[in-house]
Design a protein. Structure first.
Length: 349
């Protein structure tokens, strides 16, 4: 029996995306990013929702045409139901609900961050649990131990800014455009991170397992430290000359903190395999640092840059997993939820 044909829809932030998936094979995939937010230095929720509404039909049609299929060929629709910006979520969920109802096929709500967890498996058949997972995006930073799909132990999380959010805010501080992650990574290659040695928050040398901050991260203090240093160099008229060094110092601080937390997770769980997902997973310096903390014989799993960003293919992959596990339509749920709980996630003892 052939694998079901699944459509995945993503609209949680500022990418409208749809993908057609059969098994782990992506047949069609469209990602439409919203450039308007560059004018404001961050995502404007109302503008994002309007943009999703205006293009979602065309994006789905493009994915179907690329995959040589029609709506009537679909066996199920997966859609990001949360977390995210409620306006954008409502656009995606409403479209998917109407289509699924009209076609008489299952509608499968998907958690955005669990979709990032599944994304590497679209390209690497070895990207299956068990593994330690670092999920880093514009809105979330989570450190998990995944025993199996659907069985996740939360080790740590951010107490304030997510890693991606910190990149965006620091980019704005030093006069760089939104989104901040790619541009900071690019110019940091030209800078000296030692020139501006920023603090490594929540990375005490005497930290022990069981301490409240052992796995958690915090980036608001780092952002404040960057802001203070930027004021200093601006007063001297040196921001242009120091921009790359500031970016390098900031990035190295973030990367060192995240890599150290992952090392602790590897040791605590005795799990040598690490998966990184979310938009910040595309950062080459972070992947390099994580590779350095792996034990002998360890393995680093990550998606390509395109599948690390918000996309419909990862949503369809989670929906496919639900179908394989025996999806019950009674479990569908029907509403977008900006704070949707992560399914199967429990805080580690």
């Amino acid at each position: 029996m052939s694998e079901p044909l699944v459509l995945g829809i993503e609209s949680s932030c500022d990418e409208t995306s749809a993908a057609l998936l059969r098994g782990n094979r992506i047949l069609g995939h469209v990602i439409l990013s919203q450039d308007v937010h560059r004018l404001y230095g961050g995502v404007v929720p109302e503008l994002a929702a309007r943009a999703h509404l205006g293009v979602i039909g065309e994006v789905v049609r493009g994915a179907l045409e690329e995959g040589g299929a029609s709506l009537g060929d679909l066996d199920a629709i997966g859609v990001t139901a949360g977390p995210g910006l409620i306006g954008g979520l409502l656009v995606g969920v409403s479209w998917a609900r109407g289509a699924a109802f009209g076609l008489g096929i299952p509608l499968i709500p998907v958690h955005h961050m669990e979709a990032h967890l599944f994304a590497p498996s679209l390209e690497n058949p070895r990207a299956d649990p068990p593994f330690v997972a670092l999920l880093v995006s514009g809105g979330h930073t989570l450190l998990l131990h995944a025993e199996a799909w659907g069985r996740y132990h939360l080790l740590g999380e951010t107490r304030d800014d997510a890693a991606g959010e910190a990149y965006d805010k620091v980019a704005k501080l030093v006069g760089l455009p939104y989104p901040g992650g790619p541009v900071i990574e690019r110019i940091a290659r030209e800078g000296d991170p030692a020139r501006h040695p920023f603090p490594r928050p929540m990375l005490r040398r005497n930290a022990r397992p069981g301490d409240a901050d052992y796995f958690d991260v915090s980036f608001s203090g780092l952002k404040t430290a960057v802001a203070e240093r930027v004021r200093e160099v601006e007063e001297k008229g040196q921001l242009e000359a120091e921009r790359a060094h500031l970016a390098a110092g900031f990035q190295e601080a973030v990367v060192e903190v995240l890599a150290a937390k992952v090392r602790r997770a590897i040791e605590a769980t005795e799990t040598p395999r690490v998966l990184i997902g979310g938009g910040v997973a595309a950062n080459a310096r972070l992947r390099e640092a994580l590779g350095e903390v792996l034990p002998k014989g360890g393995e680093l799993l990550h998606a390509s840059p395109r599948l690390s960003l918000d996309n419909g293919a990862m949503v369809a992959r989670v929906a496919l997993h639900r179908l394989r596990e025996g999806w019950d339509a009674a479990d569908e749920g029907s509403v977008a939820d900006a704070s949707l709980p992560f399914p199967g996630l429990v805080r580690a003892a």
